[in-house]
Design a protein around this ligand. Structure first.
Ligand SMILES: [Cu+2]
Length: 455
């Protein structure tokens, strides 16, 4: 018996991930209040007190869960996405030692959840074998643990204001790990617009619109994983090595079946996003070398308009000077987030019209060349006629952020989707038709219709 026991123990020790000192921390944000049907971005601080963010300096080995709850009971179930839809959570820990190259969102960015993660679980993206070796360095220059910040955008579909907490379950260790660098590879020119851009639409069935950018690899290393963040008529997003002439990653966008909450939720506040975007892992890693040019291409359907679209990659890079230029692709690269159920129609048809939820009232006015005021909860001229080629300029005058965004119409356009409280936004229609506008932040209480006629 004894040798068998020893052998079993030996097996257990070998099989157990070398998870030296790995702990699973359950962290909570301060309470956040959300009004119904308002798309506000809230930013909260997570203090390094062991309750909101790790108290000890160490390494973040992975995120098991990013959930929205209304109770701090450990067994509290996440609120259903058809009541509290998580548009995104973004976690930052600025000022850390060795944050890595960062990418568009900067070296403070550590992780995020998008609408493409309806259940808020990330186990598959942080395998134990990886956690045993690599971690995101979570140490300040003075040796303390950093303060984290959390940006949330949540859509409250309860008809009343709702208080919630963000519960984050993090694998963490105070023992050493090799640094893992989260990098956002996107078109950083879109950063001022919260990384969003508009797909104009109006193309023939099957036509596409692409947003592309390149990124230069700063050091020799391996890409251990990548998650695509892609929405707005999203079809697929690729990551290619221009230098090596090969595709590294190709992420599909997956859409919910007709009965998925994203498709049945009412009112429709924005275009239903994908229920998953391709996420990939490899422990061997994709070899990349300093100076190598990577290009991403986010492909969108251009048959219909899609406003506040996005496409970028969140990559995990580690250093490795043993890689050779254009070295062999890993044999263990796999997609880890294919949803069990999704709409398999191909090509997917984007036929869900975003309604203008408030009918604009008042008399029709002809555009007179003057600026169009956008104030707190109103568009000054809710019903407007204009002509093709006339430059329409809106001026933001409120205390709260608002946007000028096409809900539906012949072509898509939008001012900053984060909203503005001052400044101007212009659009010159080249296509006649009825543009039903809304404010992305206040879709149920603000609207304007612009009828554009031919000259
Ligand atoms: Cu508004």
């Amino acid at each position: 018996m004894r040798p068998l026991l020893a052998a079993l123990l030996g097996l257990l020790l070998c099989a157990a991930p070398a998870s030296a000192g790995e702990q699973l921390l359950t962290l909570y944000s301060p309470p956040i209040d959300s009004l119904p049907y308002v798309h506000r971005t809230e930013t909260v601080e997570l203090k390094p007190d062991g309750k909101a963010a790790p108290a000890q300096p160490g390494s973040i080995l992975g995120f098991q869960e990013m959930a929205l709850v209304d109770s701090k009971r450990p067994d509290a179930k996440p609120l259903p996405v058809d009541k509290m839809m998580v548009h995104h959570f973004l976690y930052y820990a600025g000022g850390r030692v060795d944050p890595g190259p960062g990418g568009c969102l900067g070296g403070g960015f550590i992780a995020g959840r998008g609408e493409e993660h309806p259940n808020g679980r990330f186990d598959a993206a942080w395998p134990p074998e990886q956690r045993a070796r690599y971690g995101i360095q979570n140490v300040m220059h003075d040796g303390s643990a950093p303060r984290w910040t959390l940006q949330t955008m949540v859509m409250n579909h309860y008809q009343r204001s709702k208080r919630f907490f963000v519960r984050t379950k993090v694998w963490y260790t105070t023992e050493p790990r090799e640094p893992l660098y989260p990098i956002t590879v996107g078109n950083c020119a879109h950063l001022m617009n919260g990384m969003a851009y508009d797909v104009p639409g109006g193309g023939a069935p099957g036509s596409t619109f692409s947003d592309r950018s390149t990124w230069t690899v700063p050091f020799n290393g391996r890409i251990l994983g990548g998650g695509s963040h892609h929405h707005g008529g999203a079809l697929n997003q690729t990551l290619r090595s221009v230098t090596c002439g090969r595709t590294l990653l190709d992420a599909k966008a997956y859409y919910g079946a007709d009965d998925h909450p994203y498709n049945t939720i009412r009112p429709i506040l924005h275009e239903p996003g994908p229920i998953a975007n391709g996420t990939f892992r490899t422990l061997q890693g994709i070899p990349v070398t300093a100076g190598e040019t990577l290009e991403r291409e986010a492909v969108h359907s251009n048959a219909q308009l899609h406003v506040a679209a996005m496409g970028f990659w969140a990559l995990h890079l580690v250093r490795d000077d043993t890689v050779t230029p254009c070295g062999p692709m890993p044999t263990d690269l796999r997609e880890v987030t294919v949803p069990p159920v999704y709409d398999t129609a191909a090509p997917y048809v984007f036929d869900r019209l975003v309604p203008q939820l408030l009918a604009p009232r008042g008399r029709w006015r002809a555009f007179d060349g003057r600026r169009l005021e956008v104030g707190d909860q109103f568009f000054a001229k809710p019903r407007l006629t204009a002509r093709v080629g006339q430059k329409l300029t809106w001026e933001f005058t409120g205390y709260e952020p608002h946007s000028v965004t096409v809900a539906n119409g012949p072509r898509g356009f939008s001012s900053s989707y984060l909203g503005n409280t001052r400044g101007r936004y212009s659009f010159t229609p080249t296509v006649p038709g009825t543009y039903k506008l809304t404010c992305l932040i206040h879709p149920t209480t603000m609207s304007q219709t612009v009828k554009v006629k031919r000259t």
